[in-house]
Design a protein around this ligand. Structure first.
Ligand code: SAH
Length: 398
């Protein structure tokens, strides 16, 4: 961690880094071969050795690490991490005070100045996500900083990098007093059972908070709702609370059934009034066509990439087709909530997919609401890829 190395930035990328681009990218660096151990502190310089920034080496998707400071004299030490975390927590003051929402993101990677690290808060519990072995090398400093700054019930961690073997479940406890899971958190006054020590997912994706609220408050009343890729059924719960006539949740993971029942029950909703199906969404579409089903609202929230027994789904390649199949089972004047968390394309391209799908099916539509990440998922303008969430509410005209 201490042997610092110098990375030379190609001329053509210098202005980008000067403007604050935070990621170390292969195509920008002349001498990537000097990188040996993840966690090494690196200095970026231009071809004339002028300082551009300082950060760490850590492999994360296509990136080779993150720049942490553009100040040459700033050290990456305990004080550095305390300052970054404190600034981030201060900005979430309103979230900490809100009694109706007790789970949110308190630190959002490069948006808060440290790429590769996110921290979420679940009613007194903190969950740290480490996205590379490189950032994990700073674990002691970061956990010490967190411990200095806040009171907590316990800290848990998720290692989202290759740990050389299988993900070890039930082993994410770091410090404090172990929780009894599920704990019930609140979001917009809705209850959620969450598990902080059961693999990489907790039961709720916090970035969809505003979308869920919008479904409940503006669109659900009296509607039949199909929730695809439903996981724990979070959208179904909100739709039910908003007065939906019936919800149907479809996910191919076996766990989704008991998890969805649990979330309904956590909110006093009788799960027997709703349909929960463990099946491939693409098979469900065929089934729905055969049975002549149509829905007033269809929610699409697929993963960026997924492989099932029969299908490989890639948001970038297959979203148009997913929309076409959805349009076929959406009632006229019905609403499609199209969501993607793919960082591979932006809102304009996503709207292009929608345009194409309606064109291919000779349909007409109107966009009635759009969302990207909420404020606690802070992003910076220098790194557009960080603002990955795109949600479009589409009204089918015919
Ligand atoms: N919409 C959810 C989050 C979706 S996570 C929420 O609001 O919480 C993605 C989910 O897609 C996972 O639960 C996974 O099991 C499911 N999935 C992936 N491929 C699928 C497919 N072909 N058919 C049905 N579900 C699928």
């Amino acid at each position: 961690m201490s042997n610092e190395v110098q990375l030379k930035v190609k001329d053509k990328f210098v202005s980008k880094y000067k403007a604050g681009f935070p990621q170390i990218n292969k195509e920008a660096i002349l001498n990537l071969d000097v990188l040996k151990d993840e966690g090494t502190i690196v200095s970026l310089v231009d071809e004339k050795n002028n300082f551009l920034g300082k950060g760490y080496y850590g492999r994360q998707n296509k990136g080779f690490g993150w720049i942490l400071t553009q100040k040459e004299t700033e050290s990456i030490d305990q004080q550095f991490f305390v300052n970054k975390l404190r600034a981030a927590f201060d900005q979430r003051h309103a979230f900490y005070k809100d009694k109706d929402t007790t789970a949110f993101r308190v630190f959002n990677g490069e948006g808060d100045g440290i790429g590769g690290l996110t921290i979420e808060y679940y009613d007194g519990y903190y969950v740290i996500n480490w996205y590379s072995h490189g950032i994990y090398c700073f674990k002691d400093l970061i956990i010490q900083s967190l411990t200095n700054l806040v009171d907590f019930k316990a800290i848990y961690e998720k290692k989202r990098f290759d740990v050389g073997g299988k993900y070890v479940e039930d082993d994410d406890f770091v410090s404090g007093e172990r929780g009894q899971f599920p704990i019930i958190i609140k979001e917009n006054g809705v209850n959620f059972a969450v598990y902080l020590n059961e693999g990489p997912m907790t039961g709720i994706f916090l970035d969809q908070r505003q979308v869920r609220k919008t479904i409940r408050d503006k669109y659900a009343k009296g509607k039949t709702v199909l929730n695809t890729f439903s996981y724990t059924g979070a959208f179904s719960v909100y739709a039910a609370l908003g007065g939906a006539k019936e919800t149907t949740s479809v996910d191919l993971a076996n766990r989704s059934l008991p998890k969805t029942v649990e979330q309904f029950q956590a909110n006093g909703i009788d799960e027997n009034d709703h349909v929960i199906r463990v099946m491939d969404v693409f098979n469900y579409f065929k089934y729905a066509i055969k049975k002549n089903l149509s829905f007033d609202m269809v929610i699409l929230d697929p993963p960026s990439f997924a492989r099932s027994k029969k299908h490989t789904f890639s948001a970038a390649k297959d979203y148009v087709k997913l929309l076409e199949e959805t349009i076929a089972i959406t009632a006229d004047k019905g609403i499609i909530v199209a969501s993607t968390n793919s960082s591979g394309f932006g809102m304009d391209k996503f709207k292009g997919f929608i345009e194409k799908a309606f064109k291919n099916t000779n349909g007409q539509y109107k966009i009635i609401d759009t969302f990207s990440l909420p404020d606690d998922f802070k992003t910076i303008k220098q790194y557009k890829e960080g603002n990955y969430l795109k949600v479009v509410f589409i009204k089918k005209i015919k």
